[in-house]
Design a protein around this ligand. Structure first.
Ligand SMILES: [Mg+2]
Length: 392
């Protein structure tokens, strides 16, 4: 085992939207640049490294970013340009291997096992990819490598900016040990707080948490997280567990006989489910509604989405449609539930389509708002917030 076996690479562009803007307007070099809506309710979609040095991060409300850097340069998003650059990045990756899994506009996993014969060991492939992106697109990127997709992603984040970090299997446990538990996707702010109450801050400390306590703190992903913390995860591309689901259900003391009341409760549950998806960076391809009549008859109905989503608005639409169809058969409801199914991981960054608010709905913006709420505890973020694409 060594670098040769680290065939899972995670390539991530650095401060992608902001880097594209600085590239196209060199007078912005070295300045605190953010991409996002300049209005009062704008949210930072991307922050340059000089902006980050001032404590500005993506998903931050623009008002806070302005306070931290009075000389902030706010550039409106140019979605079409980012999409074009993104396509060129992905084309460069495909020249090395077809085994690619793109997870957002600026991020992809590659399995370079089959490319080694032609291009050399994974570290040389990673270096080659980074220099081609630099030469042809004039943009910085970082690459992490490992035998595990989860570790590759953590490594690319540690390699930033403009770096590379390959973690051999036998060094994984010691690499992860000092890192904060939040580096693990699947450990969101809530789980972090729960772990902190157990005195656990680092991945190394996670290893000493008994299975039952870990499950209480982080939920059903506990076994996966324990394996990862032990440095034993070997999950590569295409071998992920896709049959996980996230759901909630309630049994009512009294029968619900008003269809509007049932609809309202289902939409509340759809929102809860969508929030927990976003907390874990997951998106669902299907959503189901479970209904139980007072006589115990239970039905489950599900709908498939055109695209994986974590958007509350999307889930609500489908849940309401499923309920409206069942109303005639369900004059009274004793139990109702909503479950998101066929889950897959998403990037924690909003995608270009999400930023425009077209196509996939407001998924990216919603998760940006969740993170802003988690981080800044703002009560004032509302759905009025928008990220407008550049006009004219
Ligand atoms: Mg990135």
């Amino acid at each position: 085992m060594g670098i040769e076996d680290c065939t899972i690479l995670h390539l991530d562009m650095d401060a992608f939207f902001a880097s594209v803007e600085v590239r196209d307007d060199p007078s912005l070099q070295g300045l605190p640049v953010v991409v996002g809506g300049a209005g009062n309710h704008g949210v930072v979609a991307a922050a340059s490294y000089p902006a980050r040095a001032r404590g500005i991060s993506s998903a931050m409300p623009m008002a806070i970013a302005r306070r931290r850097a009075p000389d902030l340069v706010i550039v409106p998003p140019r979605i079409d340009v980012y999409r074009e650059v993104s396509a060129r990045v992905m084309d460069l990756l495909r020249e090395v291997t077809p085994a690619i899994e793109q997870i957002s506009v600026d991020e992809a996993f590659l399995d370079v096992a089959g490319a080694r014969r032609l291009f050399g060991p994974p570290d040389r492939i990673a270096q080659r990819l980074r220099s081609r992106i630099r030469e042809e697109l004039d943009l910085p990127s970082s690459v992490g490598g490992s035998v595990s997709r989860a570790v590759a992603k953590i490594a690319s984040a540690r390699a930033k900016p403009d770096g590379m970090l390959i973690v051999p299997a036998e060094q994984t446990a010691s690499f992860l040990a000092p890192l904060p538990v939040g580096v693990i996707s699947g450990i969101g702010p809530k789980a972090q707080q729960a772990l902190e109450r157990l005195g656990v801050r680092t991945v190394g400390q996670l290893r000493d948490v008994p299975a039952s306590a870990l499950r209480r703190a982080v939920g059903p992903q506990a076994p996966m997280i324990a394996t990862l913390a032990a440095g034993e995860d070997r999950t590569g591309l295409g071998t992920r567990v896709r049959d996980r689901s996230v759901g909630t259900e309630r049994t009512y003391e009294h029968d619900l006989v008003d269809p509007a009341e049932v609809r309202r409760r289902l939409t509340v549950m759809a929102d809860e489910v969508s929030r927990s998806l976003r907390r874990s960076d997951l998106a669902a391809r299907a959503v189901s509604v479970k209904l139980r009549a007072p006589d115990g008859t239970t039905i489950t109905r599900s709908a498939t989405m055109d695209q994986p989503t974590a958007s509350g608005e999307r889930l609500r639409e489908h849940v309401v449609a499923l309920w409206d169809r069942e109303v005639p058969r369900m004059p009274a409801v004793r139990l109702a539930g909503v479950r998101a199914e066929r889950l897959q991981e998403t990037s924690s960054h909003p995608t270009a389509t999400e930023l425009t608010g077209r196509g996939t709905g407001w998924g990216g913006l919603e998760s940006a708002m969740d993170r802003a709420r988690d981080r800044f505890g703002s009560e004032s973020l509302t759905r009025g917030s928008t990220l407008e694409p550049r006009e004219g």
